[in-house]
Design a protein around this ligand. Structure first.
Ligand code: ZN
Length: 314
């Protein structure tokens, strides 16, 4: 055997061993990420319980009901009397993860909750109006989508499953959405933020394809959102103008139905600095709100197209 043949065979042996190790490594990574994927919601629940253990005076965790798979959708109530709903307090709500593949929404909602609880545990509770507020935070609405890292829940886009101003439908084909719509009836909510990714924007109604995208509250929305966006350098404006029109979405529904001051947060990338800056922006948004919902929330524009579902996938 010539030296060249020996060299060739040695190299081939090394190459085959490397390929085998690479395949084994890939298999290992994909197996572990699959098993982790199945447990992703459990990790979130654990983080919620950790926060409750750290701040028991201000938190309670409860189920808003079981989804189509029979899994409890958990919410955290934060207030000075967390074990009971107090309709006299100013209701605020954060709903994250309509879309299961936007994991930054979970990171944001857990981090925002932690920062909020730090404020509750500080002297700010007695200086500002935090003590008069009651928060409802749902870090994951679409549990099966989050576990599978998929946008939809059972093949349905949850954020097109609400009644909409330009489409005639009842909404709520998913149980998760029916449960959230029921929760919205349990008390008055003043402010709402729904968390998505990844546009880097703060937007407000209307988010549909209409001849006028401005609500009758446009100037108020514009000024409080501008103030918030100054803290994280996001774009801001109506959802139609900044993101894209989509009917049957939560952010329009809660304003249209209840006058809730509603913001659609599209995180930029969900990185640590993005989440930190955006937490400040969203705290500013809630702090700027009036103590009551809008009464000028009627839709008075004309829809351009009855079938204006968004084709893009943010
Ligand atoms: Zn989304």
């Amino acid at each position: 055997m010539s030296n060249w043949v020996r060299v060739f065979r040695t190299l081939r042996g090394i190459f085959m061993r490397m390929t085998l190790s690479a395949v084994l490594l890939l298999a290992l990574v994909s197996t572990s990420s699959q098993s982790m994927a199945g447990d992703r919601y459990s990790d979130v629940v654990q983080q919620m319980h950790d926060l409750q253990n750290r701040y028991p005076k201000f938190t309670s965790i409860y189920s808003i009901g079981t989804n189509d798979e029979g899994k409890d959708i958990l919410a955290m109530r934060i207030s000075t009397t967390p074990n009971q709903l107090d309709p006299r307090k100013i209701g605020q709500i954060i709903v994250a993860t309509h879309h299961g593949n936007e994991g930054g929404a979970v990171t944001f909602s857990v981090y925002f909750t932690e920062q909020l609880l730090k404020r509750y545990a500080s002297g700010e509770l007695y200086r500002g109006n935090l003590g008069q507020m009651e928060w409802t935070i749902i870090p994951v609405l679409n549990i099966s989508g989050y576990n599978a890292d998929e946008r939809e829940e059972h093949g349905i886009d949850p954020n097109r499953d609400y009644p909409g101003v330009c489409i005639a439908k009842h909404g709520g084909s998913l149980k998760s959405i029916r449960l959230l719509m029921d929760l919205l009836k349990t008390r008055t909510f003043v402010g709402s933020v729904t968390v998505h990714g990844y546009e880097g924007s703060l937007t407000y109604p209307w988010g549909v394809d209409a001849d006028n995208t401005h609500t009758q509250d446009h100037d108020i929305f514009d000024s409080i959102t501008a103030k918030a966006a100054a803290l994280n350098s996001y774009r801001y404006g109506t959802s139609t103008d900044i993101v894209y029109p989509a009917d049957g979405a939560y952010e329009d529904f809660v304003y249209w139905k209840y006058g809730i001051w509603s913001l659609l947060l599209e995180l930029r990338d969900g990185s640590a600095s993005d989440v930190q800056n955006t937490t400040k922006a969203i705290a500013s948004y809630f702090d700027s709100l009036n103590a009551s919902p809008s009464v000028k929330n009627q839709f008075t524009a004309h829809c351009n197209n009855a079938l204006n579902f968004a084709l893009r996938a943010e």
